[in-house]
Design a protein around this ligand. Structure first.
Ligand SMILES: Cc1cc2nc3c(=O)[nH]c(=O)nc-3n(C[C@H](O)[C@H](O)[C@H](O)COP(=O)(O)OP(=O)(O)OC[C@H]3O[C@@H](n4cnc5c(N)ncnc54)[C@H](O)[C@@H]3O)c2cc1C
Length: 520
């Protein structure tokens, strides 16, 4: 094995967490090396083809993981520069303020975070600017307090969606514009196509980690990116109390990269797997694992797709993601169910080829007809941390996901509320399907942060309790999954960790240097 390189900070993974951190360190003067197992996602006609994306799974990782019974499945992960954000739906809400506190759910307790909303709020402001978030303050009664308006006005709804929102308002609900990260800025590249959610953006108009963070970061001479570089092991010194670097596979060659600070950002499953794979005689259970929590408390949300069909009225909407409904988010709205239920938001407009996976034998014409008349929803509830839901490695080093969904009463109740709401709005046909183990797009929680080293893996700045120069900035740090989309929170915490690292490296924080100047 060759020793090829030294960096001040090595970041493993270029998704929402890793990409954002690289961006925040770009002008720190520190020598930053980004390691990414994938390549740049090519711009090609297939980017927008439902047949290629859903039929052939063109961009999904080719690897398979195992479930607890030994069965194989194809996880919903995407190994490219930008990580899963290359195909994400760019819905970028903040957590609700109460999500940072302990909350009683029907299925158990959602634990408090070790930081308050107030501590993360300035970083949410910055993350929204960096990821071009369009939204409208003051419409959603559950929105947390904010320092000012969104960086950009909300995406204008198509008339059909605007009318639907009005139908919800007449029921006493509070539909609000869904905050989304798109280049719909003046002169921006977004063409409001129907292939935002689950597709790569061919015109780089989606605020993904590649477009907003990695590309601008690597323009700086001190930030380098190695693609097609798989980190298989993090190394320590002989006494096991310091990280010394990373062993990687690059272009068929195994090499060692030395680093003063290593930041893991491989996504919640792969980050836990990397720490487990890095076990040594001093750390026999894996790195940073004195709490025995590495890989545990895996969460993904309980998610369902709900297709609402009005056979009398086609839905001509192309860009559907303009509404968010949080009326069922907090406890207290349903006298028969005094617990939180979750969030409702449209997904990208379904097309016939996207329904094929769930209706294998239906004739094409029936799928086309359903897609023409439907409005399509994501029904999302909080799942609770359970130490038995965990990531492990089998004897061959393959990833095993032990997962038993929980807090399901909240999801059933939310589904019932969603169906009532849509039936009243004029949709007599309602088809729903709950997502299974392979839909792990919102994976989180496997390396939770907290104050107590006995009950968490990372501290409040996502530094490993056990190892002073090891950090993790992807969705692993979430102690609870909440019931909103995770990516903006990952980015905000990554910017917060970025400021912490700048202080550690002895350079100015962004707050010192910026006084209200837009970052994007
Ligand atoms: C179809 C889809 C739609 C989604 N829609 C939304 C949405 O609308 N809003 C939202 O908030 N979230 C959404 N998400 C989830 C969102 O994309 C993730 O929460 C977010 O990307 C997670 O960030 P991360 O940094 O934890 O991991 P990722 O963004 O997945 O990044 C991990 C990176 O690490 C790399 N990597 C992994 N292992 C290694 C290794 N050993 N060596 C080197 N590199 C490695 C990967 O290739 C990847 O680049 C969606 C996800 C999917 C799949």
């Amino acid at each position: 094995m060759t020793r090829a390189h030294h960096a001040d900070v090595v970041i493993i993974g270029t998704g929402m967490g890793g990409g954002t951190l690289a961006w925040s360190l770009r002008d720190s003067g520190a020598k930053v090396l980004l390691l990414e197992r994938g390549d740049f996602l090519p711009s090609e006609p297939q980017n927008w083809s439902p047949e290629a994306v859903f039929g052939e799974n063109r961009y999904k990782a080719k690897e398979q993981w195992r479930d607890a019974n030994g069965g194989w499945f194809s996880p919903g992960v995407h190994y490219f520069v930008g990580g899963n954000t290359k195909v994400y739906g760019a819905a970028l809400p903040r957590l609700r303020e109460a999500d940072f506190d302990e909350i009683q759910h029907a299925g158990g307790v959602s634990p408090a975070w070790p930081i308050s909303y107030g501590e993360l709020a300035p970083y949410y402001d910055r993350a929204e600017r960096l990821f071009w978030v369009h939204g409208e303050a003051g419409v959603d009664p559950t929105d947390p307090p904010r320092s000012g308006p969104y960086p950009f006005p909300p995406m204008p709804p198509d008339p059909y969606m605007e009318e639907l929102a009005e139908r919800f308002r007449l029921q006493g609900l509070h539909p609000a514009p869904l905050p989304v990260g798109l280049d719909y800025r003046p002169g921006g590249r977004c063409v409001r196509c129907g292939t935002c959610d689950a597709f790569p953006c061919r015109v780089l108009a989606k605020a993904d980690a590649e477009a907003c963070a990695v590309r601008p970061a690597i323009e700086w001479p001190n930030v380098e990116l190695w693609t097609n570089t798989y980190a298989f092991r993090i190394t320590t010194n002989a006494s096991g109390d310091r990280i010394t670097g990373v062993e990687v596979q690059r272009g068929g060659e195994r090499m060692r990269v030395a680093a003063d600070i290593v930041v893991v950002a491989c996504g919640a499953v792969n980050s836990a797997a990397l720490l487990l794979r890095s076990a040594t005689a001093r750390h026999p259970q894996g790195l940073a694992n004195s709490s025995e929590l590495v890989g545990r408390n895996y969460m993904v949300h309980t998610n369902s797709v709900l297709v609402a069909i009005d056979p009398r009225r086609p839905n001509p909407t192309v860009f559907q993601k303009t509404i968010s409904i949080n009326d069922f988010y907090h406890a207290g709205v349903d006298s028969e169910f005094p617990f939180p239920m979750g969030n409702l938001q449209p997904i990208g407009k379904l097309q016939a080829a996207m329904m094929r996976g769930v209706a294998r034998h239906a004739p094409d014409w029936s799928l086309r007809a359903a897609a023409r008349q439907s409005v399509d929803w994501w029904v999302m509830s909080e799942d609770l941390p359970d130490p038995a839901n965990r990531v492990t490695l089998d004897s061959s080093g393959d990833i095993v996901i032990h997962w038993r969904p929980n807090n399901l009463a909240a999801h059933s109740r939310l589904m019932r509320q969603a169906k009532t709401m849509l039936r009243r709005a004029g949709y007599p046909i309602l088809l729903d399907r709950q997502m299974g183990i392979a839909t792990n797009s919102h994976q989180c929680g496997t390396l939770r942060f907290g104050r107590d080293p006995g009950r968490s893996v990372l501290d409040r700045y996502c530094r490993a309790h056990d190892l002073d120069n090891l950090y993790v900035v992807d969705a692993s740090f979430f102690p609870s999954s909440t019931a909103v989309n995770p990516a903006l929170t990952i980015a905000a915490q990554s910017l917060r960790v970025g400021d912490h690292l700048r202080e550690r490296l002895g350079v100015a924080t962004v707050h010192d240097r910026l006084t209200g100047v837009a970052e994007a």
